[in-house]
Design a protein around this ligand. Structure first.
Ligand code: ADP
Ligand code: MG
Length: 623
């Protein structure tokens, strides 16, 4: 189900200024290597929730043992060296993926599970990635309950911007399995942008550079009317801080003449490398020490510049997707309003330096780069729960465009998709036929250009329009979406004030998947829709012109001689025929011909009208 804003409990008032109980909600960054949970503090800022030892990041690792409850995080990490098969690392890579998507290089035993999603054998049982992720989420849920002191009413979970339907659904399912009410999934780059409050700032383009443990993601977002749209995404799913560790570990082992280390020694070297790497973000040198297998211990001083040399090509490799994403979004670095750093690996000074160089500006990095995603998610959760008092803040957006059917089965969009709600928009329509006294208003939702391809929401009729010539009546149709996503449509004839309205719930019954499908269809059918739209518009225009000429002939045929009448009838026939065809150009052309053919007739009618009008008045009135 689409999330409708759920501000009040049943029976409570919806009025924004009335006191309401704050809901206990959290934001969760379910990362490939680390996961975090954040919430809004009593002072109103967002913060990550630490464990008893003050650590906020939970390694995204789950260890399964037969007949034992699974271990999560640091405890699971400790089991990895001895039980690599039963300890699931980076389960995010398996979410919503099939066997052939992930089979490549993984230490785990895999099989195809139900629905085509892969399953992993760990602790003697087959586990779906959803179950494994749910363990991590359960761990974070538990921590939040303990620290916040009560039940958690809802959560926002972040996902990479490029996650597809199946991956998003799997993430949502994991949340539910962990006992969380998933209010919404939010894109990681969007969450980072929210953490920096960019939604309250200048409209424009932003780049979000996210270098984590095992993945690199670049996203170009556009902030427009308080809403972030993803313009382009790119990255490398096999490039991150782990590769830095690997390079450094290899260097140290080689330095000591160890060319083929045992898996255990390699593990230990990598763990040390990570520590050294992280120290080198603050200091110029760090000690690499390692207990070798013969019992001796080795030590080596690593300078920052040596480390930078070792990883330079890896850092450089992140530049390629950055340039590609800018190209995809058709922008230049100077078009960017800001650049945001996300992910623990952006703490590496060389990374910051390169990013500043490529984008031609200092990136935003005041917030902790490995916490920004969770922090942004917490802000979003707070907003969705209705805890935020400011009524000016973006509450939600309507997921699909809302509009009405116009002549020819076309859709006129009144509230475009992604419009922040609450909102109201109005548009004027007119009658199509002479003497028309009623107008059907059909309310539809969707991105396609024709009514059949959108979803009908409601229809009603505006009656009592005074009979006028076609196009003279002015009917103002107003769409209003309140903060709950409730749509009211009203139609009012302006001269008489005749009015009708109907209330509809626009998102009711549409699942997120349906919305996504409709959006995807709208994008893939874009070109076809434009052709259809042009054709329908041409047909409507053709019919309108035919109607107008017919009624003029009925009234003033005596102004034409036989030859003139024949020509007009012939061209009318051509218009009618073109309207039966499927080429809008043919209709447009015929309509133009008819316009030419009726020009003299129109001139004479105008003259007669003037003469008739004048006849009823005394001449001096026109003096
Ligand atoms: P993910 O989003 O992939 O789950 P994070 O964004 O938390 O992960 O990034 C984890 C990576 O950041 C790890 O490779 C870790 O070593 C690295 N990292 C964390 N702190 C630092 C630091 N101070 N300097 C360099 N790298 C760091
Ligand atoms: Mg991350």
């Amino acid at each position: 189900m689409t999330v409708l804003l759920d501000i009040a409990e049943p029976g409570q008032s919806l009025k924004p200024h009335e006191a309401r109980a704050l809901k206990r909600v959290v934001g969760i960054d379910l990362g490939t290597t680390f996961s975090l949970v954040a919430a809004i503090t009593t002072e109103g800022s967002a913060a990550c929730i630490p464990d008893e030892e003050g650590r906020v990041s939970v390694p995204s690792i789950v260890h399964y043992a037969v007949n034992n409850a699974p271990l999560v995080g640091v405890e699971a990490m400790a089991m990895a060296p001895q039980h690599p098969q039963d300890t699931i690392i980076s389960v995010k890579r398996f979410m919503g993926r099939g066997l052939k998507d992930v089979q490549a290089q993984t230490p785990y035993q895999l099989e195809e599970g139900e629905g085509g999603m892969v399953r992993l054998l760990a602790g003697g049982s087959w586990r779906s990635p959803v179950e494994v992720s749910a363990e991590i989420l359960r761990h974070l849920h538990q921590r939040a309950k303990e620290v916040l002191g009560g039940d958690i009413h809802g959560a926002v979970i972040t996902v990479p911007a490029y996650f597809d339907d199946a991956q998003r659904q799997a993430t949502k399912d994991a949340g539910r399995l962990a006992g969380l009410e998933v209010m919404r999934l939010v894109n990681e780059p969007t969450a980072a942008a929210l953490a920096y409050g960019l939604d309250q700032g200048k409209e424009g383009l932003y780049a979000i550079y996210d270098l984590g443990g095992g993945t690199f993601d670049i996203s170009i977002l556009r902030l427009h009317q308080g809403v972030f749209q993803v313009m382009a995404t790119g990255g490398d799913s096999a490039l991150g801080g782990d590769d830095f560790d690997h390079r450094l570990a290899q260097y140290a082992l080689q330095h000591w003449g160890i060319s083929s280390p045992s898996p255990g020694l390699l593990q230990a070297a990598r763990r040390m490398a990570r520590q050294v790497k992280e120290q080198l973000s603050q200091q110029e040198t760090a000690e690499f020490t390692l207990q070798l297998e013969d019992g001796s211990s080795a030590a080596l001083t690593i300078s920052r510049s040596l480390f930078e040399e070792l990883i330079e090509d890896l850092v450089r490799a992140t530049g390629i997707p950055c340039r590609r994403a800018m190209k995809d979004a058709a922008i230049q670095p100077e078009d960017l309003q800001g650049v945001v750093l996300v992910g623990g690996s952006t703490r590496v000074p060389l990374v910051r330096q390169k990013v500043a160089e490529w984008f031609g500006q200092q990136p935003l990095c005041d917030l902790d780069p490995d916490q920004v995603v969770a922090i942004g998610a917490a802000h979003q959760a707070d907003l969705l729960a209705g805890n935020t008092r400011s009524d000016l803040l973006l509450l939600d957006v309507n997921p699909l465009s809302l509009g009405i059917e116009t002549m020819g089965g076309l859709v006129e969009k009144i509230i475009p998709r992604n419009s922040p709600i609450p909102c109201a928009r109005a548009q004027e329509f007119t009658t199509f036929k002479d003497g028309q006294t009623a107008m059907a208003i059909r309310v539809v939702q969707g991105e396609r250009e024709t009514v059949e391809q959108c979803r009908a929401l409601a229809s009603f009729e505006l009656r009592g329009i005074p009979p006028m010539t076609a196009g003279a009546a002015r009917i103002r149709v107003t769409f209003q979406v309140d903060a709950d996503g409730l749509l009211t449509v009203a139609a009012k004839e302006q001269t008489t004030g005749v009015e009708q309205s109907v209330a509809v719930k626009p998102s009711y019954g549409l699942s997120d998947e349906e919305i996504e499908r409709m959006l995807r269809e709208a994008i893939s059918h874009g070109a076809e829709d434009i052709q259809q739209r042009l054709l329908r518009e041409a047909k409507v225009e053709g019919e309108r012109v035919l109607n107008a000429v017919s009624s003029a002939l009925k009234k003033d045929m005596d102004l034409l001689d036989e030859e003139e009448l024949k020509t007009i009838r012939k061209v009318m026939r051509e218009v009618w025929e073109a309207c039966q065809g499927s080429r809008h150009e043919a209709i447009d052309e015929a309509v133009k011909q008819l316009d030419v053919a009726t020009r003299t007739f129109a001139q004479r009618r105008m003259d007669r009208d003037i003469r008739q009008a004048m006849a009823g008045h005394r001449l001096e009135e026109f003096g």
